[in-house]
Design a protein around this ligand. Structure first.
Ligand SMILES: CC(C)(COP(=O)(O)OP(=O)(O)OC[C@H]1O[C@@H](n2cnc3c(N)ncnc32)[C@H](O)[C@@H]1OP(=O)(O)O)[C@@H](O)C(=O)NCCC(=O)NCCSC(=O)C[C@H](O)C(=O)O
Ligand SMILES: [Mg+2]
Length: 273
């Protein structure tokens, strides 16, 4: 389950000190854009110290690397993957399959997550997604800030400027059996705006959302969990097909709506969640 995925800036000791007790579905320790150039070395040390010891409430933990220094950095903390302390590597600004292949060569058998946050990343999605067959590619993460920069786009509440890119990310994730995570919402004090964006992400098909502040975790998990209406719908669909007269029916009517057997799959997914 990847509903709530919180970035923790490794250059911020206070944020790092909270990492063990934060309860999200996943954490991303960030060595990239949240970390200023002058504190990159300290951030690496902070990551090793934090990720290397202590119990975590959050079960799945990744690191977003700097592609330029990934090789020496991974020499310093790569053994934390084999030790089960870390589980995934987030590769920023993926613009070609090569970026994934290079990382898989360096770190075979570690989950890889591709950030799709450049125009070229969106254009190359078909080739990048196809790697799922041969590389440990686990999912895509949208990067709305870099995407807006790259597109020279504005920032609207409904994210019209990103809708093509976001839908492409979900489309290719679904086609190739990958997880799709929506991008961050910067205005971390704007609860209403955040909730609306979570609902939009869910409606687009994302599995969850990346977050920048612990206060966003709870609302995000609520938004990306099935709501009461969805659970009621799923139960009604199951109940309809359990009726003796519907055992071999293709199409049935549930609360005035046409339901086909294909909806059973979605109903099971909702109830599993
Ligand atoms: C956005 C922030 C800079 C806000 O920080 P701050 O003003 O300190 O917030 P608060 O005072 O409300 O914080 C309260 C305490 O909580 C800790 N805190 C805050 N954020 C986090 C966090 N993400 N993880 C853990 N702990 C956190 C603060 O340290 C406070 O502690 P204390 O003082 O002891 O009470 C800040 O939230 C932040 O830096 N967030 C993460 C930013 C980040 O990681 N950015 C990179 C990922 S987003 C991205 O890259 C986008 C993508 O690539 C794209 O292109 O779109
Ligand atoms: Mg980015």
């Amino acid at each position: 389950m990847f509903r709530s995925v919180l970035f923790i800036p490794c250059g911020n000791p206070k944020a790092l000190s909270k990492a063990h007790n934060l309860k999200a579905d996943a954490l991303i320790f960030d060595l990239e854009d949240a970390v200023g150039d002058t504190v990159k070395a300290a951030a690496l040390e902070g990551l090793i110290e934090t990720a290397g010891a202590g119990d975590f409430v959050t079960p799945y933990r990744m690191v977003r690397v700097n592609p330029e220094t990934a090789e020496p950095d991974l020499k310093a903390f790569g053994d934390l993957f084999a030790a089960g302390r870390l589980h995934g590597i987030v590769i920023p600004k993926v613009a070609s399959p090569q970026a994934i292949e290079d990382m898989a060569f360096m770190m075979p058998e570690v989950d890889l997550w591709a950030m799709i946050e450049t125009p070229m990343g969106v254009v190359r999605l078909p080739d990048i997604a196809r790697l799922k067959a041969k590389q440990p590619l686990k999912g895509f993460i949208a990067g709305p800030n870099d995407l807006r920069n790259g597109l020279r786009a504005g920032s609207t509440p409904q994210r019209a400027e990103l809708s093509y890119a976001l839908s492409q990310i979900v489309l290719y994730a679904r086609a190739y059996g990958l997880i799709a995570l929506d991008g961050v919402y910067n205005a971390f004090k704007d609860e209403d705006g955040f909730r609306a964006e979570c609902m939009q992400g869910k409606a687009l098909g994302f599995d969850g959302k990346t977050l920048i502040h612990p206060a966003q975790i709870e609302g995000c998990e609520v938004a990306f969990s099935p709501n009461a209406d969805e659970i009621k719908w799923a139960q009604a669909v199951l109940a309809a097909y359990e009726q003796p007269e519907n055992v071999s029916a293709g199409v049935v009517s549930v609360n005035g709506e046409m339901i086909e057997r294909l909806h059973l799959k979605r109903a099971f997914e909702i109830l599993n969640l």
